[in-house]
Design a protein around this ligand. Structure first.
Ligand SMILES: Cc1cc2nc3c(=O)[nH]c(=O)nc-3n(C[C@H](O)[C@H](O)[C@H](O)COP(=O)(O)OP(=O)(O)OC[C@H]3O[C@@H](n4cnc5c(N)ncnc54)[C@H](O)[C@@H]3O)c2cc1C
Length: 460
């Protein structure tokens, strides 16, 4: 396929066919259009398209295929880093104009447009005592998150978000708008749920909502000097914690910014956050062993459902950062000691966060009818990252993050979780051999010429 010239005028034909907007390389709004939430990553697509609806998406895919260009979708750019510098011959389809949502409380279902964020869905669902399987950040895109898996504070009780998806509408490389579910092209439906954005441009998604009668959630904080003691006690507590609770333990260097609450501003702390989906009294009893560790601050209590999306305190503005992660099967004292020695008290580490997410429960079980990421294969997910406002700092923070995760290599089988891979990654690391081959077979059938691609590529 010949690549057409991608100067400003090459895209006029496409522009004339769309209700939405196209901004080509070299045009005045190009820099604004190509920017991503993950602000350390500079994307340089041939053009950026903002479709208004699925008919626009069909036009974009047909135009790109005929022009010998590629197409890739982006909701927010939280995981723009995984593209690397591979967008030069791609039209970047930004779905931010397709944010419509609807909630059906009777059937406990939600339907969202491709650009919807979790913060769009949660209030509408919470109003009916329902929640979707959100992650830790309210401004992450529903579609990108759910295609990649999706693990959050309801995960041990209700599993990975991709397995709660009930139907997906997408435009495939042949320009067809399709609706897939358990009955219509179940193999493509399987691949999309955990296989990522490599199979089509999703225009809408439907998924289950979960009735949560009561929620007991919050954070406890200690000075970072207590990190080793608290992490080890938390690790022991996770051994017997019921599936109703999902927790995370972190060392956080709170920045000295005015928007950080005064008691935390500029401090280096150990933080345990958790949500118990069930009666408040039961939640308090389950959390008691952590309370016995005498935190300096204890913010646990009954939580309105809507509060869950901000429990983690994730940033909601574009952020330049570098990160790394790994899935681990065990967390012995030696692993905790190594992390604390590398990034704990007095280390001057550039790592703002060193996080251990409790997995297991429903996230660790493979249920009938699940998608390509049927379960998360590990006991804990370790993640670390820091701010990287400039390229030179990015390289340094990325290296320190990589080194910190390498400390956990003895306890890992090298398996990755693609939603947390913010760099070019061989997708084989995220699946079993059989699953990856099956995903590749779907990709060959649905997109034989490789017109479409996600940030993480199954096809190449
Ligand atoms: C601050 C922060 C907190 C996070 N917390 C969690 C968490 O708690 N749990 C968790 O599991 N993950 C979490 N993540 C990771 C997050 O799930 C991934 O970054 C995810 O890819 C984000 O989706 P997005 O649409 O917002 O990002 P984007 O970068 O826009 O999308 C990521 C990829 O998804 C695919 N995609 C998006 N939209 C479409 C579409 N319409 N059609 C086809 N493909 C599409 C594309 O391949 C795209 O490159 C977090 C990330 C950050 C930065």
């Amino acid at each position: 396929m010949a690549i057409i010239e991608t100067g400003t005028h090459s895209f006029d034909i496409l522009r004339d066919r769309l209700r939405g907007v196209v901004v080509a390389e070299g045009e005045p709004r190009y820099d604004e259009a190509r920017s991503a939430w993950a602000a350390a990553h500079s994307q340089h697509p041939a053009a950026v398209a903002f479709p208004a609806d699925e008919a626009d998406v069909v036009e974009i895919v047909n135009f790109a295929r005929n022009a010998g260009l590629h197409v890739t979708a982006q909701g927010t750019g939280h995981n723009a880093g995984a593209h690397g510098d591979r967008l030069g011959d791609s039209i970047l389809v930004k779905t931010s104009e397709m944010r419509e949502i609807s909630v059906n409380p009777e059937h406990r279902r939600a339907r969202v447009g491709a650009g919807a964020l979790w913060m769009d869905v949660v209030p509408a669902a919470a109003e009916h005592g329902l929640l979707p399987l959100i992650g830790s950040a309210p401004d992450v895109g529903v579609v990108g998150y759910s295609l990649g898996g999706g693990i959050g504070y309801l995960g041990r009780k209700h599993g990975v978000a991709s397995n709660a998806v009930t139907a997906i509408e997408l435009v495939t490389a042949d320009g067809r708008l399709r609706r897939v579910d358990a009955d219509r092209d179940p193999e493509l439906f399987w691949a999309l749920r955990g296989g990522g954005g490599d199979f089509g441009i999703v225009t809408a998604m439907e998924f289950e909502l979960f009735a949560i009668d009561e929620l007991y959630a919050g954070m406890m904080l200690w000075p970072v000097e207590d990190a080793s003691r608290v992490f080890k006690a938390w690790r022991d507590w996770t051994e017997t914690a019921p599936d109703e609770v999902t927790s995370m333990a972190r060392m956080i260097q709170f920045p000295p910014f005015p928007e950080v609450p005064e008691p935390l501003r500029g401090r280096h702390m150990v933080v345990i956050s958790a949500a118990y989906a069930g009666p408040v009294d039961d939640g308090a009893a389950v959390l008691q062993p952590l309370r016995d560790l005498e935190p300096e601050m204890d913010m646990f209590g009954p939580m309105p459902l809507e509060g869950l999306m901000r429990l983690h305190g994730d940033p909601e503005e574009p952020m330049p950062g570098a990160s790394d992660h790994t899935l681990i099967d065990e967390l012995p004292d030696a692993a905790i000691d190594a992390l604390v020695a590398a990034a704990g008290a007095g280390t001057q580490s550039p790592l703002m966060i060193v996080e251990l997410r409790q997995l297991g429960g429903a996230m660790g079980r493979s249920e009938h009818g699940a998608g390509a990421l049927d379960r998360i294969d590990g006991k804990f997910l370790a993640f670390t990252g820091g701010l990287a406002p400039e390229p030179a700092v990015f390289e340094q923070v990325a290296r320190v993050a990589r080194e910190a995760m390498a400390l956990l290599a003895p306890y890992s089988r090298g398996r990755t979780y693609l939603n947390f891979c913010e760099k070019v990654t061989n997708t084989r690391s995220a699946y079993s051999v059989t699953t990856h081959e099956r995903l590749q077979a779907v990709k060959r059938r649905i997109d034989p010429d490789g017109v479409l691609h996600g940030n993480h590529r199954i096809g190449s």
